[in-house]
Design a protein around this ligand. Structure first.
Ligand SMILES: C[S@@+](CC[C@H](N)C(=O)[O-])C[C@H]1O[C@@H](n2cnc3c(N)ncnc32)[C@H](O)[C@@H]1O
Length: 704
């Protein structure tokens, strides 16, 4: 279980670095450490917390090799300093206390002792537990105050800043060097097998690696590569599994297994074309094996989805459950491409003409933990991102290439140094905050009235995150598990930039732009925000005031729950009229008037309750108009609601409320005997409902 920790205590700036005035002795350190360990034993099932980085305290990951830095004794560490160009090599002399990180007592070659806290290591890494007796190197260590006077610790936030050293590593000083624990490759292999059978997979990988290092015999090594490949597959370390599978080839029919495992590893990385090629080779060598055939068919299905964009969304939705949120589907991105945007950095662009309602793209999450608890979703995504990048460095290019605000990069992030990818947790956190989306288990369920679930997972969809924001968008996203569906909300021409709303758009321009500024660092210059800025300050203030008044009035009575008295309707109607007048007709001609949506929806509901169908038509049309859609100036004029999404002149905003308004219009027209109009409204509502939920759904779902 993962939970967010409180923000770590703030530390003094680096300029306050100084030699520690007082250091605890080995006995003192071990005494307190052992007391912590005892407490840990009493809470074996306590949730494993995550220490999320605080950007205000950011410092960059080391990009140096341990062989390039000066190794210094622990006694030279200065408090609140990052020791650039330096490193330490220490032996772990206590079992770890495992909380938000693994804290151990360590000793250097001169007998100096200190506390080492290692954060952000994977469960798949031995360093997540730092066993007693192992020797580690910390590059450019950060030595920090830890509360009480004299209590300091070496704090390793970036997973690549610490390295588990092989016992024979020449960087280990003579006095710490133990020599290999086991002597022969055979012994290491057996130790690996024992660890594997005991389900201690990180240790199994470590032992198999030692066995491979200790032997020059290709025939002996091949099956060990196979074993390590299998263990890496279990751990989800697909890069390693793929490389090991290919290294296990000996030439001949027995290589089917190597290709089969390489195919599975490539599949795990969503590299379906590569997976197909490996599986075809496996099938050539073993034509009758049903396991290979099954994987091959799965792979063909993903490739078909990637090429055609054809999905059985209903079946996908039906397969969802709290335990099954990661759907085995490929991403269809062919209608779009990432290119430079005139607005900001990169953006997403259409590569072909699209009609309102068409699929723009469908994307499987690169990363989305199954964690829908709002208090834990962010920490879970951060932890998963770090974990995946450690386990599968090939993902680094795409994930670390995402926008991270103004966090300064070294340029070495993701490159391999000392056998591990350089990972900067502050960069990862910057990427998470600027690019993640919140996803309900399914948008279909989430948009049903009365759903007050509020449970949202957070995830990264790399392609979708390339899209810039607009309040008046041309696309809309929805979710089925970890699959993001983007549909066109109006007709789009090839080459047009695609936009999405980062969050539901707030009615008042100042309020929403504050949100964009704080969350993403930009001010929106979309057609609507520009219009609102062109509107005089006095009008904006008036609208704000009237919105507060009309909301107060509306909240006194809830249409649908009660019959609203005529006086209350008249009061809302009056305020809505004043609000309408507070919009400059020329400026807002073809733009949404967001402050009017709530009162107009309320009026639709109030009149519907009284079966005033003519009024339902009047205010239903007003709702559409206030979302920016073209409507007749007089409700008796002929118009076709099915065409509202096709207008290229109007700036529009699409939400579930548009669908509801169209439904209400359909019902009202039907009751008034205008069946053709009723059918057209329902058709338009159905199309809108598909945009909102991602796939074709019966409107009656909205009554549940
Ligand atoms: C998820 S990224 C979008 C892709 C980004 N443009 C890139 O270069 O990778 C989010 C960032 O894009 C920028 N951005 C998005 N929409 C914008 C807009 N309408 N105006 C200005 N900047 C915007 C902001 O800096 C925001 O933090």
């Amino acid at each position: 279980m993962i939970m967010a920790t409180e923000a770590p205590e703030s530390s003094a700036p680096a300029s306050s670095a100084r030699a520690a005035s007082k250091r605890l002795t080995k006995e003192q350190l071990l005494k307190t450490h052992n007391a912590h360990l005892k407490k840990q034993d009493t809470l074996p099932n306590a949730p494993r917390p995550v220490k999320q980085p605080v950007m205000a305290e950011a410092y960059q990951a080391s990009t140096k090799s341990i062989r390039e830095v000066d190794i210094i004794p622990l006694s030279d560490l200065e408090v609140e300093s990052h020791h650039r160009g330096k490193g330490i090599v220490v032996k772990v002399v206590s079992p770890p206390f495992v909380g938000a990180g693994a804290v151990s007592v360590v000793e250097d070659e001169f007998g100096n002792v200190d506390k080492l806290a290692i954060y952000n290591q994977n469960d798949s890494s031995i360093l997540s537990g730092v066993p007693e007796g192992c020797i580690v190197a910390v590059k450019e260590p950060y030595y920090k105050r830890n509360g009480a006077e004299g209590d300091h610790m070496i704090c390793v936030d970036h997973p690549s800043d610490v390295i588990l050293l092989r016992f024979s590593d020449p960087v280990i000083p003579e006095s710490l060097r133990l020599g290999p624990l086991l002597k022969t490759a055979e012994e290491w292999k057996n130790a690996g097998d024992t660890a594997f059978l005991g389900k201690d997979f990180p240790t199994a990988v470590f032992c198999y690696s030692e066995a491979l290092e200790a032997s020059d015999d290709a025939a002996f090594k091949a099956p060990i590569y196979t074993k390590r490949a299998g263990t890496n597959l279990v751990l989800g370390r697909y890069d390693g599994a793929k490389a090991d599978s290919l290294a296990s080839r000996i030439g001949g029919p027995a290589d089917w297994k190597a290709y089969y495992n390489a195919g599975r590893a490539a599949y795990g990385l969503c590299e379906y074309s590569a997976s197909k090629e490996f599986l075809e080779k496996a099938l050539e060598l073993n034509t009758t094996n049903s396991a290979i055939r099954k994987e091959y068919d799965r792979c063909l299905a993903r490739l078909k989805e990637q090429e055609t964009g054809e999905y059985d969304f209903k079946a996908m939705y039906a397969s969802l459950s709290p335990a099954n949120v990661h759907l085995d589907r490929g991403s269809f991105l062919g209608n779009t491409r990432v290119a430079e945007s005139p607005l900001h950095g990169r953006g997403l662009f259409a590569t072909k003409d699209l009609k309102a309602g068409d699929i723009v793209f469908v994307e499987k999450a690169a990363l989305m933990p199954n964690q829908y608890e709002p208090a834990r979703a962010s920490a879970a995504l951060y932890a998963l991102t770090v974990r995946q990048l450690c386990d599968n460095p090939s993902l680094a290019k795409d994930i670390l290439g995402m926008y991270a605000g103004d966090y300064e990069r070294t340029g070495a992030e993701g490159t391999t140094v000392d056998g591990v990818p350089v990972l900067d947790v502050f960069l990862i956190e910057g990427i998470r905050t600027k690019n993640c989306f919140s996803a309900p288990l399914s948008t279909l369920d989430d948009t049903k009235p009365g759903t007050i679930d509020g449970r949202l997972a957070k995830g990264l969809w790399i392609h979708a995150a390339a899209m810039n924001h607009s309040c008046v968008t041309n696309t809309m996203r929805s979710f089925v598990g970890d699959i993001l569906i983007s549909r066109a909300t109006r007709d789009i021409k090839a080459g047009e930039e695609l936009f999405q709303q980062y969050v539901p758009v707030k009615s008042l321009p100042d309020v929403r732009n504050k949100q964009y500024k704080e969350g993403w660092g930009f001010e929106c210059a979309c057609a609507l925000c520009s219009t609102e800025r062109a509107s005089p300050e006095a009008s904006r203030a008036k609208r704000k005031e009237l919105l507060a008044a009309v909301e107060k009035q509306c909240n006194k009575k809830i249409p649908g729950k009660e019959i609203v008295p005529d006086a209350a309707i008249r009061a809302v109607d009056r305020l809505a009229k004043q609000l309408e007048d507070a919009h400059e007709a020329d400026l807002y001609d073809k733009h949404p008037r967001l402050t009017l949506i709530y009162p107009c929806n309320w009026l639709v509901g109030a009149h519907r309750g009284k079966k005033n169908w003519g009024k339902v038509v009047r205010y239903g049309i007003k709702v559409l108009r206030n979302f920016g859609f073209p409507v007749p100036s007089d409700e008796s004029d002929a118009w076709d609601p099915r065409e509202i999404y096709s207008s290229r002149d109007n700036q529009t905003l699409m939400t579930i409320h548009v669908v509801t308004a169209l439904r209400r219009l359909g019902e009202a027209y039907g009751t008034l005997g205008q069946q053709e109009m009723a059918d057209r409204c329902i058709e338009a509502a159905e199309l809108g409902y598909m945009m909102v939920t991602g796939f074709k759904n019966d409107l009656s779902a909205l009554d549940q």
